[in-house]
Design a protein around this ligand. Sequence first.
Ligand code: GLP
Length: 245
Amino acid sequence: MKLQIHDTYAAMSAAAAALVMDTLRAKPTALLCFATGDTPRLTYELLAARIQEEKVDTSQCTLIGLDEWLGIPPENEGSCDYFLHHYLINPLGLKPRQVHLFDGLSDDLENECAMMNGLISDKGGIDLALVGVGMNGHIGFNEPGTPVDAAAHVSALEPITTQVGQKYFMGEQPLHSGLTVGLKQLLEAGQLIMIANGEKKAPVLRQMMEGEISNLFPASLLRQQVNGFLLTDSAAATMLTTQKE
Ligand code: GLP
């Protein structure tokens, strides 16, 4: 894993956007798997602006959503679907055939996961996954204890995840479960880029980087990954004793 500690959230976000630009230029047909959340907002704004300014071809790439809240409709502004449309799919004009997001309202969740698994395997795996980290070390909705060989699945969410998740919504939501791309698919991605900023993530990053490597803290699994990147701002890195590369 490569660790980059940037001075500011803006610098971290610019570096993450640059890595995505490199992938898009090297492989216009790339399969991209993108997280939602507060962390990647600026990365996506910068990415969309650079793609437009530098006229990078996005007509051949495929975008999949990392995860989705079960029971939340796409028109809810706290849904992952809404977020990805707002920040990337609409600004870039991606066509429906290029986009595959979990349907949080599906009445056939097995099929929902099978479709995502089929798409990832048809494309030969994810080329670049951009993820955040949850307060319990989750990646996407791969909560602590998720098997490392998990493909897309329905995840029962821990109380901390459902409590923190309320921040995305206008009013209190009955959050309990999520759909997520699996740890195996993320760990096998060509590049797995995690971004984390702000002092509230400092204890999370300390456990990730200096605690035991275990699926009981999924983010720690990145440490063994040659395809893994951790990009942080200085506030999130304050509790790390490890050196940046
Ligand atoms: C959420 C999402 C993750 C996200 C993480 C961090 O629960 N399921 O995909 O990366 O938690 O979110 P934030 O960036 O808002 O801190």
